[in-house]
Design a protein around this ligand. Structure first.
Ligand code: C5P
Length: 398
């Protein structure tokens, strides 16, 4: 992971995780990046300007009204001269300011004035992270195109446990590399759906397909590594979210369709989500109670077919649409007719019979089906399947 000549503007906000940002600066510089540090007033309570500037080998910017700085480099120029702005730690307060568009100190002003991509490594107490206000702000920022890495789950400095720990420096370096990746897919925007959908029965129960989200995540990473801007629409999957992708979280198939439509237009779309075919026709607003009068009956309604909807768009259809077919019998035959029925360009078919160990496992054995034939790939890791597919997509989009 080299970052030779990449210019990173690193905003260090006020959180205990700021000490990890000192190590982050070292790791970035080791890889050839230039780091211009910005320290907020609260940030300077946790790490000293001297250690920040000594490690960065650059002046640390702290104050919006520092006239000398304005003479040397105005805040507008400072905000735009980097390849990437990294906010680490991203505190709840700074996320709120960003979501609202405040510009009342140097960090928030830079973030409002910039036209450079922004990557945030959030760090905060678990309750603050889970608070609806923070979650609302995150959703807004994701829609604005802000990238996120972490937070991780674990013990917190405040003695609590849960999500809120800032990602480790090397995880942030990986996310920075993904965000700055260049390759044959640079300038291309690609959608990837992933994970299961959850269709509620009542507020505590749901129906779903089995899906770890591992293959979809690997595909998003591989496309990103070739330089694509990836929008990753995922149901509630266990797999970690791909660094460097714009992540949109959904629960149901209907929400997934809405999110996908909001993401269009894209150059290519890969539908690896295991979408539930049916939803409960009228999900109960309150928990269904066990009674002596017998068992409840569930009535189903059909979910929209997202792959078919996008494949058959009269206008604005992606240049390349790729579907998956997880089958247990007559894999190639079923997948071939599925390709025609849905109207997608390619189908990646795989045998998910329990004896294959593919479902939830690290490997996959796929056959790529296209208009005039098919090609069976040897069994390989899901990461390798993803890399092969990404390379194929790059070749086809040209
Ligand atoms: O019909 P089946 O579910 O087997 O088709 C699998 C393919 O269709 C996958 O690519 C899956 O992501 C997509 N799909 C979808 N929306 C649905 C059902 C499946 O996008 N409602």
């Amino acid at each position: 992971m080299m970052l030779t000549d990449k210019r990173i503007l690193l905003i260090i906000a006020g959180g205990i995780a700021a000490f990890k940002s000192l190590d982050l600066i070292r790791r970035l510089r080791e890889r050839g990046a230039t780091v211009t540090p910005v320290l907020t007033r609260a940030g300077a309570e946790f790490v000293t300007p001297l250690s920040v500037s000594a490690l960065a080998g650059e002046k640390v910017f702290q104050d919006l009204f520092d006239l000398t700085d304005e003479a040397e480099m105005g805040h507008i120029e400072l905000s735009r001269s980097a390849d990437l702005i990294v906010v680490a730690p991203g505190t709840a307060d700074l996320l709120a300011k960003m979501a609202q568009g405040h510009a009342n100190d140097l960090a928030s002003t830079l973030l409002l004035a910039t036209d450079t991509p922004v990557l945030v490594a959030p760090a905060m107490n678990v309750r603050m992270w889970e608070h609806p206000a923070t979650q609302r702000n995150l959703e807004t920022l994701r829609k604005d195109g802000v990238l996120f890495v972490g937070p991780n789950e674990g013990d917190m400095a405040c003695g609590e446990y849960g999500p809120g720990r800032m990602s480790e420096p090397m995880e942030i370096v990986a996310a920075i590399s993904s965000a700055l990746a260049e390759g044959p897919l640079s300038g291309r925007r690609i959608l990837v759906t992933s994970g299961p959908t959850h269709e509620p029965i009542d507020p505590v129960r749901y129906i779903a397909n089995r899906s770890s989200g591992a293959q979809g995540t690997a595909i998003a990473r591989a496309l990103n590594a070739l330089g694509a801007e990836v929008v990753f629409v995922t149901g509630p999957a266990d797999a970690a979210r791909p660094e460097g992708a714009h992540v949109v979280e959904v629960q149901t198939a209907a929400e997934m369709l809405g999110a996908v439509q909001a993401v269009l237009p894209v150059d290519a779309a890969v539908f690896s989500a295991a979408v539930a075919d049916w939803r409960v026709a009228s999900a109960s607003g309150s928990k269904i109670k066990k009674t002596k009068d017998g068992l409840p009956t569930l009535e189903f309604a059909e979910n929209p077919d997202i792959l078919a909807t996008v494949s058959q768009m009269a206008q604005g259809r992606p240049e390349l649409v790729v579907g998956f077919a997880a089958e247990t019998d007559d894999v190639i035959e079923n997948a071939t007719s599925k390709r025609l029925r849905k109207g997608c360009d390619w189908i990646l078919a795989n045998d998910v019979s329990p004896e294959t160990g593919i479902m939830g496992g690290a490997e996959n054995a796929v056959t790529l089906i296209f208009e005039d034939g098919s090609e069976t790939w040897p069994r390989m890791g899901k990461d390798e399947v993803a890399q092969q597919l990404a390379a194929r997509i790059a070749e086809t989009l040209g």
